[in-house]
Design a binder for this molecule. Structure first.
Ligand code: PLP
Length: 377
């Protein structure tokens, strides 16, 4: 049963905007191909519908973080796609990965060795990706490991090397000189794997002008409408989030609201309690600092954000718009995911991935009547 009422709110996901963002990135990085990063359930927006819309637009490469995500998504992907696992495999998971049919990103010599050993046992090559740590210091082969691999290339026997990747630490700021250092370091190291396609850029790197983008870019946040670098944001908004008014009341000057009564009114105030709280991904950090919008009027959050609700000062809103069940814009034309994340001292990624399970979700379909064949992988 899919309820429309009795939910925390309405989350509308515009797959047409998603596809438009995919196409904008594709134009920007051509002739490189765009892969969809759909980890964390496509940043909270639904990996299955998001992947289907991207596939219809020509996307054939998809990335998740964990094997468990691949196991869920793989059966939904058409056969002519490749699904990669960014975090690689813990020892012991190699057999399960083969059963799922995903391609692991091998982040260490140990992971290379166990994949190659399994391939030899099975008597057939197994696909794999190698990640190189070009300076982020997080995942991938270190310079020492690469040197060892150069001396003993037979360790890769049995691995059908599909891609060599690296990840940029500072791509959200295209002017940061570290980007160029990482690109140069990666170019030099990738020569160790001649003929193997290369992947460097996330959204920020992909939307950086004047640089090469390798063979495949790995786009996440920009597909979902987040700004790849500060403002202005060239991407289209993908989500709209509305809460509902649960109850209205008038409070006297001097009265307080919410846990701890952390806000006190200095005038008589109309207060609307709405149906979204921190369990729905609305940051508790926005207590007494964030806002929502009703009929184009900004309404500040008053008091603490609770688990399932929060209070708004709606004194300035016309009465006709104030009734139980009336919609309240949390993300939409007046307030983007980047606006909310800035107010909450976080990033749009965290706002999206925390959206909870209590919304009525609606997907606006993408009509890809004339997919641009030039972006087909
Ligand atoms: C999450 C991730 C991406 C996507 O990054 P965005 O900034 O969302 O585009 C790409 N590559 C790797 C290795 C990642 O972990």
């Amino acid at each position: 049963m899919v309820l429309q009422h009795g939910t925390a709110g309405r989350l509308c996901i515009d797959l047409g905007a998603l596809v438009a963002n995919y196409q904008l990135i594709a134009q920007h990085v051509a002739p490189a191909t765009v892969a969809g990063v759909v980890k964390a359930d496509a940043y909270g927006l639904g990996a299955v519908p998001v992947s289907a819309a991207l596939y219809a637009a020509g996307c054939r490469h998809f990335f998740v973080a964990h094997l468990c995500e691949a196991a869920i998504l793989k059966p939904h992907l058409p056969i002519d796609t490749t699904l990669y696992i960014l975090n690689g495999l813990p020892l012991g998971a190699e057999g399960d990965c083969v059963a799922v049919g995903a391609v692991p990103v091998l982040n260490s010599l140990e992971q290379i060795d166990s994949r190659a050993a399994l391939a030899r046992t099975m008597g057939r090559p197994l696909p794999g990706v190698i990640q190189i740590d070009s300076g982020m210091g997080r995942l991938g082969l270190t310079p020492d490991e690469l040197a060892i691999l150069r001396m003993s290339p037979e360790r890769l026997d049995g691995i059908d090397l599909r891609l060599v990747i690296t990840h940029l630490a500072c791509a959200d700021d295209p002017d940061d000189g570290f980007n160029e250092r990482q690109r140069t370091a990666f170019d030099a190291i990738a020569r160790q794997f001649p003929g193997v396609p290369r992947s460097i850029d996330n959204s920020g790197g992909a939307m950086t002008p004047g640089v090469g983008h390798g063979d495949i870019v790995r786009a996440g946040i920009a597909l979902y409408g987040g700004a790849p670098h500060g403002q202005p944001n060239p991407m289209r908004s993908v989500i709209a989030l509305d809460a509902y008014i649960v109850q209205l009341r008038t409070l006297e000057a001097g009265a307080g609201v919410g846990y701890g009564l952390t806000h006190r009114f200095d005038r008589p105030a109309r207060v609307a309690t709405i149906s979204v709280g921190y369990a729905d991904g609305w940051p508790r950090h926005l207590s007494n600092r964030g806002s929502a919008w009703i009929g184009g009027v900004r309404v500040p959050i008053v008091g603490r954000v609770s688990m399932d609700s929060m209070a708004l000062d709606v004194t300035d809103v016309p009465d006709a718009l104030l009734h139980a069940g009336a919609p309240v814009e949390l993300i939409g034309p007046h307030q983007t995911i980047d606006d909310v994340s800035a107010q909450a001292d976080t990033i749009s990624y965290e706002i999206l991935t925390r959206l909870g399970k209590r919304y009525a979700r609606t997907y606006l379909p993408a009509s890809v009547a004339n997919p641009d064949r030039s972006i087909m992988a």
